[in-house]
Design a protein around this ligand. Structure first.
Ligand code: VG1
Ligand code: CO
Length: 544
């Protein structure tokens, strides 16, 4: 095998964000852009010689090109084996499981997740470590430092691997095994959930729509829901992955899944609706006449997890990202288990999961998961919901209302201002940060008194690391909250995320329209941060 060392020059913009390096395809297709980043990842790791690397992606445009490059660079750098999903496909949670299951050294997940795909869309690469989870900041910082000085990368002079053929192949001296992307993951799901009970529920007429959004979960959902659980054919819609997601936006929210939402709000709609994103780690849950906010879903899944065989012994603890509502905190309190608040992004849950301190984790951005892998997992959340519905034999709406009557309701919304001028957005957050010390104790309107105001700093209780500036939070004495942060996954300008939350006790009013219920906080947030005036936007781009 000839290993070639190719000279290259650094790119200045290869800083990994919330979840890997996401850029426009036009940026990624510059000469050596992929090569530089992957070589920089390998240069930041130790001890992988002869070990296994997992590679898979969500099937978006440019996956095929990048995977072949990644395989050659892995071979030249001395990996012993690459495991890659057939046709280059692996959902993010399946990749996490494959890394763990086959005790691989780590993995490359090629995806820009919920960002649009296609030649004009986004592409992304993320490195996951041996526990199956996203690399922690220590590694992503080292990778970024390396990208700034890299002067060569290694590759082999080998032909493309036939990714359409399951079985053993070679790239130089390295084995490349093309595997069924679904089988191991499906077996894991079967081990966690009461498949006979769910099958029985479908057999007795329960109806569901799962929107795979032309993204990676299609094959998984077809195999598990229609194949193993006998849901009628047609339960899964948009189930064939396409490089540009059918020209859609694979973000499972009420904007991009509006059609399904509308259907669920009609009497002739199915009993249950769900969707997942580009790489299969997010979930959207809608019952008949009841949308479940991701923050509520986290709390509900944690409170009911013991109904599924995989969690029948109870859960050790719960973790949520800081902007996620505190609904889950109330469940943890009642169960007498640990509760952790981490910065945005799944990489912060890894240590807590590895240490056995938490079992279930979640984010307000439609991400929930558990210790079964080290990523959020869209289909897992859908299957846990189905398991709970099959056992409790109630509707989603009834279950949600009972939950609120027990724990109270955390009204919650997120307002996104997308593609805002980066300088304006940065200054806005900076100015708000400066106001923070003066806020505690101040009263706004009749019943809002600031209890605390800070820029969230996370102290990892497992490895002692600290992550500062993770988002501005203003908390009120009645448990209401305003949070503001800049997105770390966008690829154009800046995206401002404004998160609003208000708590209603168990005996309070639970039937208000969310935006109405949060109106005073929305207005106050705008007064304090000046979002509308500074960005010139009258409305958020997306409300979830
Ligand atoms: C967003 C979400 C965050 C999530 C991340 C990756 O990050 O807010 O909760 O972990 O996307 O999700 P940001 O920095 O844009 O707010 V995925 O499904 O795109 O990998
Ligand atoms: Co995703």
């Amino acid at each position: 095998m000839t290993i070639q060392t190719i000279e290259t020059t650094p790119y200045a913009d290869q800083k990994p964000g919330t979840s890997g390096l996401r850029k426009r395809v036009s940026v990624y297709s510059q000469p050596n852009y992929v090569e530089n980043f992957i070589q920089s990842i390998f240069d930041s790791l130790d001890g992988y010689e002869g070990k296994t690397l997992v590679i898979g992606g969500d099937g978006r445009y440019y996956n095929d090109v990048a995977i072949q490059k990644a395989i050659r660079i892995a071979a030249a750098n001395g990996f012993g084996k690459v495991l890659v999903g057939e046709n280059g496909l692996l959902s993010t949670p399946a990749a996490s499981h494959i890394i763990r299951h086959y005790k691989a050294f780590g993995g490359l997940v090629l995806s820009a997740s919920h960002n649009p795909g296609g030649p004009e869309g986004d592409f992304g690469i993320k490195y996951n470590i041996g526990n199956g989870g996203p690399a922690p900041e220590k590694i992503t910082d080292a990778v970024f430092a390396r990208t700034k000085v890299i002067d060569s990368y290694k590759t082999v002079d080998a032909p493309d691997v036939a990714l359409g053929e399951v079985g053993q192949h070679w790239s130089g001296d390295m084995v490349v095994e093309v595997i069924d992307p679904v089988a191991d993951y499906a077996a894991l799901m079967k081990s966690l959930f009461d498949f006979p009970a769910i099958r029985e529920m479908f057999a007795s007429g329960f109806t569901m729509t799962f929107d795979a959004m032309h993204a990676v979960t299609g094959p998984y959902a077809h195999a598990i829901l229609e194949g193993m659980l006998d849901a009628p054919r047609g339960t899964v819609i948009n189930g064939t992955p396409s490089p540009d997601f059918g020209n859609g936006h694979p973000d499972p929210n009420l904007v991009y899944c509006k059609e399904m939402f509308d259907l669920l709000m009609t009497p002739q709609g199915p009993d249950f609706g769900a969707a997942s994103d580009g790489d299969g780690d997010r979930n959207l849950i809608i019952g008949k006449n009841r949308f479940v906010t991701p923050s509520d879903s986290l709390a509900l899944l944690a409170a009911n997890a013991h109904l599924a065989p995989g969690y029948k012994g109870g859960i050790a603890g719960i973790a949520r990202s800081m902007p996620t509502s505190a609904a889950a905190d109330r469940v943890a309190e009642k169960l007498g288990i640990e509760m952790h608040e981490t910065p945005t992004g799944w990489k912060f849950f890894g240590n807590l999961l590895d240490a056995g301190r938490v079992t279930i984790c979640g984010e307000e951005s439609a991400g929930t998961g558990s210790s079964h892998v080290r990523e959020k997992d869209g289909l897992w959340a859908v299957l846990l919901w189905l398991n709970i519905l099959a056992v409790r034999k109630q509707s989603v709406d009834e279950i949600v209302r009972e939950h609120w009557a027990t724990y109270g309701r955390n009204y919650y919304t997120r307002h996104d201002y997308e593609e805002v001028d980066a300088a304006i957005a940065g200054k806005l957050v900076e100015d708000l940060r400066e106001q923070l010390p003066s806020l505690p104790g101040r009263n706004f309107g009749d019943d809002l008194q600031v209890a605390y105001a800070d820029d969230f700093t996370y102290h990892d209780p497992v490895d002692g690391s600290t992550s500062a500036k993770q988002g501005v939070r203003i908390g009120f004495t009645d448990a209401s909250r305003i949070v503001l942060r800049l997105s770390g996954t966008g690829t154009v300008g800046a995206t401002l995320r404004l998160y609003l939350e208000r708590y209603e006790a168990p005996d309070g009013r639970h039937d208000l329209e969310t935006q109405m219920a949060l109106e005073p906080l929305i207005a106050l947030a705008d007064d304090l941060a000046g979002v509308k005036q500074r960005t010139g936007r009258q409305e958020p781009s997306v409300i979830t």
